[in-house]
Design a protein around this ligand. Sequence first.
Ligand code: DAH
Length: 336
Amino acid sequence: MNALQELEGINSVKELESWRVHYLGRKGELTIILRGLAKLPLEERKTVGAHANEVKTNLEGSFGQKEQALREAQLALAKSETIDITLPGRPFPIGRLHPITQTLNEICDIFVSMGFQVVEGSEVEWDYYNFEALNIPEEHPARDTMSTSWVDFETEDGQRTMLLRTHTTSVSARIIESMPPPIRVVEPGKVYRYEASDATHVPMFYQIDGLAVDKGITMADLKGTLYEFARRYFGENRRVRFRCDYFPFVEPGVEMAIDCVVCNGKGCRLCGDSGWIEILGAGMTHPRVLERGGIDPNVYTSFAFGIGIERLPMLRYGIDDVRLFYGSDLRFLKQF
Ligand code: DAH
């Protein structure tokens, strides 16, 4: 019979409901037949009636079975989809700041707390700001100490004047020119040297330069500021040492060292038995540098410093190869 065949093929509750309405509903086929019985002669009414009732019972029974079967199938599906809340969650990989970025942030925080402002310059720079304005004219031997990556760009008269900055001191040259004193800035960023990589050199690394320009600034301000920085970064008991050094853009120029973090000044392999480790260059900004930038050196004085960033976490954590920072090895990076 048609109705039973149809029922067989049904596999959704919705289809089942329309099947029920069609065959067993109040306006359904069977109901109409049963209602029509009254018009038939008695004999016929009996046989047709009995038959129709039998069919009705039959269909209702099959409907019930199908309904049950569908419900069970649904339940089974729902069960198979339930979440096992006792399973441990999948670990979600969480990123973090690169150790050099962390160091930069920490150093900026130290200087910001002393009243310095953080400024940034461009990594592609003119020869003028990287050298010329800093008292390093062409042919000056200081240029040889900074192997420069030149940008493939020539002026009309064939001069190559664009480079990847070799130090963040170029930002100081720009600040002197553009910011009216009093000035207190630190200038973090990437710098580039045309050099092969080894345990202490990479062609791209980070520096932070600092510059203070004001009336009455002296060497004592420089020493106090940098001493405070060293103690905050390396710890309260750190000692510092200043010695004369030469940088064309400062006069006098100094290098600052801290007592060795490994041997505490007794002398070991790390500090080359000297007990001291140099961590930065500094000095009183050369009057010519101020003058060239439009600041009158008879009115204002200034100190400046430049720190290589990678050295700092290397000393603090005992890392012996700078290349580790740039090797993208997560086993290394995840430790910070
Ligand atoms: N620019 C120098 C370098 O890269 C470091 C330096 C020395 C920066 C003395 C300064 C400074 O601002 O006063 O070697």
